[in-house]
Design a protein around this ligand. Sequence first.
Ligand SMILES: Nc1ncnc2c1ncn2[C@@H]1O[C@H](COP(=O)(O)OP(=O)(O)OP(=O)(O)O)[C@@H](O)[C@H]1O
Length: 247
Amino acid sequence: MSMLEAAGVHVRFGDRVVLESVDLAVAEGEFHGVMGPNGAGKTTFFNVLTGRVKPSRGKIRLGGEDVTGLSPHRIANKGIARSFQIMTLFDEFSARDNVMMGLPEFRARGLDIARAAAGDRRFAEQASDALAAVGLADKGDVRAKDLSYGDRRALEIAVALAQAPRVLCLDEPTSGLGSDGVQRLATLVARLKGKLTIVAIEHDMEFLFSLADRISVIHWGQVVARGTPHELQQNEWVRRSNLGKFA
Ligand SMILES: Nc1ncnc2c1ncn2[C@@H]1O[C@H](COP(=O)(O)OP(=O)(O)OP(=O)(O)O)[C@@H](O)[C@H]1O
């Protein structure tokens, strides 16, 4: 059984069809890349997976359970975490507090002060684990706004990891990073690979081809090619487009 499955997903905005019959099956522990030209429908597909857009047809299943059309909040609670292309951190808060605020139990406790006091240490420990997982172990007390761009991107991933997701969706994780930052992210993803199911939209083909187990190419709202990086190198469509130029 696939950890994450999309079956026959259609999305239309007015009379514009943006996704047409998109299928995807991602195995547990797989790192699946999604690539394609600008405007192809990749972000819309992520929005369907994470509940921000309801498909006009088709199903999304997580671990076999139908989660189609659930709210983003409920889908997150079921285990699909998303790291956004646009920074979504609380700048004035420390890295650790940002991660703690991503913990479902932390948010669920509301303003119950007695429980909060008892829970704080445990939450802080969970947050520290997530920070360590992304190489920010010694930056827990640094305010988000004082972190470097690369550290902020790593922190976004820590926020998503702290939710102990079953599936992590990364929307252009390398965007805005210099080559050192990309290298560091590649090391992090390589460490997470196999332990976590990851789906990543990415324009950096070198990054994707070196790390992904399989890649789906979306163009005009449809999957036009899919396979391992090696298989895609042989794919006629990818060869003719300039998408595989790093392959
Ligand atoms: N809410 C919306 N209403 C109408 N059209 C939309 C909406 N969201 C996206 N679109 C259109 O759907 C198409 C696909 O957009 P989408 O953002 O999914 O593409 P993408 O592959 O992620 O592109 P990029 O790589 O540039 O981020 C675009 O033409 C976009 O203008």
